[in-house]
Design a protein around this ligand. Structure first.
Ligand code: SAM
Length: 223
């Protein structure tokens, strides 16, 4: 059984897709989707030997050797042209790391029409990367599981220009505004306010006035 977080990613994989799950660790996501018959084929990419071995084991135990393949590779280098991958998922990492994996392997995305990304922090860096590289947000989710709040971003080919608030909050999430969304930004606002208070108490230094102003503006955005 998948966690709620990975189930939210799985829900955006189309029936009959060929999926590359990058940073797959145990390969739970591609194996689950292959067992349920949703994907035709799955690649579980891993850069680290331990998680790669775990992926090999999960695939073997599930008897999925024909459908899912583990590859020891850095980022999108796990994808080969003959795989005809149309969907890429990257989950459970920071947004900047996900964006750098996409940036460094752009040429491997040629046949890919959907990216399903689940950043643990800083989803904004993914929205910025998408906007600069011909991808638009097609859907977004935000959910809370075991006290943590997760975002899922679905990108498809297209052009869009996002403003400051859309980049920070997400164009779909800011219009939906569910309980998890409100809680996330309430938490962020409190932590920024605490940092600002500390800076105001500990220093009157002019050098940090820019940072203080940046924090005030950020707090204003989420208030
Ligand atoms: N995707 C799974 C999930 O969401 O439950 C596993 C997340 S785990 C926290 C992150 C995994 O990404 C680790 O196993 C790590 O080795 C892998 N990883 C980090 N950078 C990577 C890269 N450049 N290429 C492939 N895998 C990477």
């Amino acid at each position: 059984r998948l966690s709620g977080r990975l189930a939210a990613v799985a829900a955006y994989v189309d029936e009959g897709a060929s999926l590359a799950d990058i940073g797959s660790d145990h390969a739970y996501l591609p194996c689950h989707l292959a067992l349920s018959g949703k994907i035709l084929k799955g690649i579980a990419g891993e850069v680290a030997a331990g998680p790669y071995e775990s992926a090999v084991q999960t695939i073997h135990e599930a008897g999925l050797g024909e459908k899912v393949q583990a590859r020891l590779a850095d980022g999108l280098a796990a994808i080969r042209p003959e795989d005809r991958i149309d969907t890429v998922s990257i989950a459970g990492m920071g947004g900047p790391l996900i964006a750098s994996i996409l940036e460094n392997g752009k040429e491997r995305l040629e046949g890919v029409s959907r990216l399903i990304l689940q950043p643990n922090i800083n989803a904004r860096s993914i929205r910025e990367w998408g906007m600069a590289n011909g991808w638009v947000l097609a859907a977004e989710e935000i959910l809370k599981e075991d006290g943590k709040i997760y975002e899922v971003l679905v990108l498809e080919r297209g052009e869009a220009v996002y403003g400051e608030k859309e980049l920070l909050f997400g164009p779909f999430l800011m219009t939906g505004q569910n309980e998890a969304f409100r809680e996330k930004w309430e938490r962020e606002r409190k932590s920024w306010q605490a940092i600002l208070r500390q800076m105001e108490q500990s220093s009157r230094d002019e050098e940090i006035s820019d940072r203080k102003e940046g924090l005030r503006q950020a707090i204003h955005l989420v208030t």
